[in-house]
Each structure stands twice: as structure tokens, then as C-alpha cells.
Design a binder for this molecule. Structure first.
Ligand code: ADP
Ligand code: NI
Length: 215
């Protein structure tokens, strides 16, 4: 395992994500990496696994690769093997990449490691609050979805397939995912940070409806 493994991973990820949608680009990874390091300080964990997991977690998001759920695992394994990372570390990093996603949350079969829980909290924090709002509208625009439609209600308890196919509005995504995340936080530090971001989304929605209705 080379001394500057983390730096090499940063370069690899930056290069791979060149031109990615703004909500899933290098800066999303950088924020998740920083949040992961912050949460890791308050937990008993393997810091290298946390950093590698954070850096590689969106290396090939299935929703931008025809639903291919193996690609990110293959790309990551190949990169880590090339860097002579031990099989033990590789397995822990791949477990993070495989199980981090919100839409797969009902089918996680492996026991979540503390490292997975940390990176998952960091990824969820970046999905809520001001950044979360910005990312969500960016993604909705990228998909050409409506911002809001008063007659299209959110669909709660969507199956994974329904969630992926969703052509709902961006405002509905708040009810289908973003507002649910606070309750799903794994760590104490993550939970505390989610609180403020959650409240900010609630006040955003209140203001949004007010302006929509010309109040
Ligand atoms: P995960 O990668 O954790 O499974 P998603 O792919 O559902 O999570 O979403 C990642 C981010 O992409 C969301 O937090 C949100 O910002 C954006 N996003 C995903 N689906 C939608 C949608 N239908 N409308 C608006 N934004 C979305
Ligand atoms: Ni992510």
C-alpha cells in the first residue's frame, strides 16, 4: 500500500468524475470525504477504509450507467489492487460502495460496518440542508422534471424500482427521500448535524409554498 494512497485516490476520482452532473461531481465527493473524516474522529474505526470508501463511493453511480450495479465495484477493485492495497481493506471498501445507497436500504444483507455507517451518514448529510436542496434541484433540472405540481402527490414507501423510475416533481423528492434521512442517521455526530439541515429544509418548503401561492 503506497504512502500517498489517499492522494492517488483523489486524483483517480477527480479524473473519473470529470464532467459529471453537478450534484454527483468531485465536489460532492470532497464534501462527503470531509464530513466522513469529521464523523470518523468521534468513532472507533479504520480511518483508511473510511477515506477510501468516501472517495470511491460514487465512482460509477448506477443511475448514470444504465443501472449497472457492478461497475463501481469492478473499477474500485482494479484501482485498489493496482495500488497493492490488501484484500482485507479492499473488501471493507467494497462493502461501503455496495451498501451505501438510499434506494438499496431495504436489501442490505451484510452487517453494516462502522466505516459504512460513517460514510453513509456523510453522504446523507450532503443530500440535505442547503446543499441538499441545491443538488436536488440540479438533478431535477438534469432530468427535466417539474419543480412542483400541486396535483401530483409524493409517493411514499416506493419500491426500489418505483423510486428509480420516478418521474415525480423535485419538491416531491423532499417527501420521498430528503425529509426521511434525519431518522436514518447511524452515528450520534451525524444525527446532530442532520438536525440543523433538516430544519432548514422545512423552512425552505414553507417559504416555497408561500411564494407559490403569492402569500
Ligand atoms: P443514493 O445514491 O443514495 O441512492 P439517490 O440516487 O436517490 O441516492 O440520490 C442522490 C441525490 O440525487 C439525491 O439526494 C438528490 O439530490 C438527487 N436525486 C435523486 N433522485 C432525485 C429526484 N427524483 N428528484 C430530484 N433529485 C433527485
Ligand atoms: Ni454520494
Amino acid at each position: 500500500m503506497s504512502e500517498n494512497l489517499i492522494q492517488k485516490t483523489v486524483e483517480f476520482v477527480k479524473d473519473k468524475l470529470h464532467g459529471a452532473e453537478a450534484g454527483h461531481d468531485w465536489f460532492h465527493i470532497e464534501r462527503v470525504w470531509k464530513l466522513s473524516k469529521k464523523i470518523a474522529q468521534t468513532e472507533n474505526c479504520n480511518a483508511v477504509v473510511v477515506e477510501l470508501g468516501a472517495l470511491l463511493h460514487d465512482i460509477a453511480d448506477p443511475k448514470f450507467h444504465d443501472g449497472d450495479e457492478e461497475l463501481a465495484l469492478n473499477i474500485s477493485r482494479q484501482f485498489l489492487e493496482n495500488e497493492n492495497v490488501s484484500e482485507e481493506i479492499i473488501a471493507q471498501v467494497l462493502l461501503i460502495i455496495k451498501n451505501i445507497s438510499f434506494k438499496n436500504r431495504s436489501e442490505v444483507s451484510e452487517i453494516p460496518s462502522i466505516e459504512l455507517q460513517i460514510v453513509q451518514d456523510a453522504d446523507r448529510l450532503d443530500a440535505i440542508g442547503a446543499i441538499g436542496i441545491a443538488r436536488t434541484f440540479n438533478f431535477g433540472g438534469f432530468k427535466n422534471n417539474l419543480m412542483y405540481h400541486p396535483d401530483i402527490p409524493p409517493v411514499l414507501d416506493q419500491s426500489k424500482e418505483e423510486y428509480k423510475k420516478s418521474t415525480g416533481t423535485t419538491i416531491n423528492h423532499f417527501y420521498e427521500k430528503l425529509l426521511l434521512l434525519k431518522e436514518l442517521m447511524n452515528t450520534e455526530t451525524g444525527r446532530k448535524m442532520a438536525e440543523e439541515r433538516h430544519l432548514f429544509m422545512l423552512s425552505f418548503l414553507e417559504q416555497f409554498y408561500k411564494e407559490w401561492n403569492a402569500v
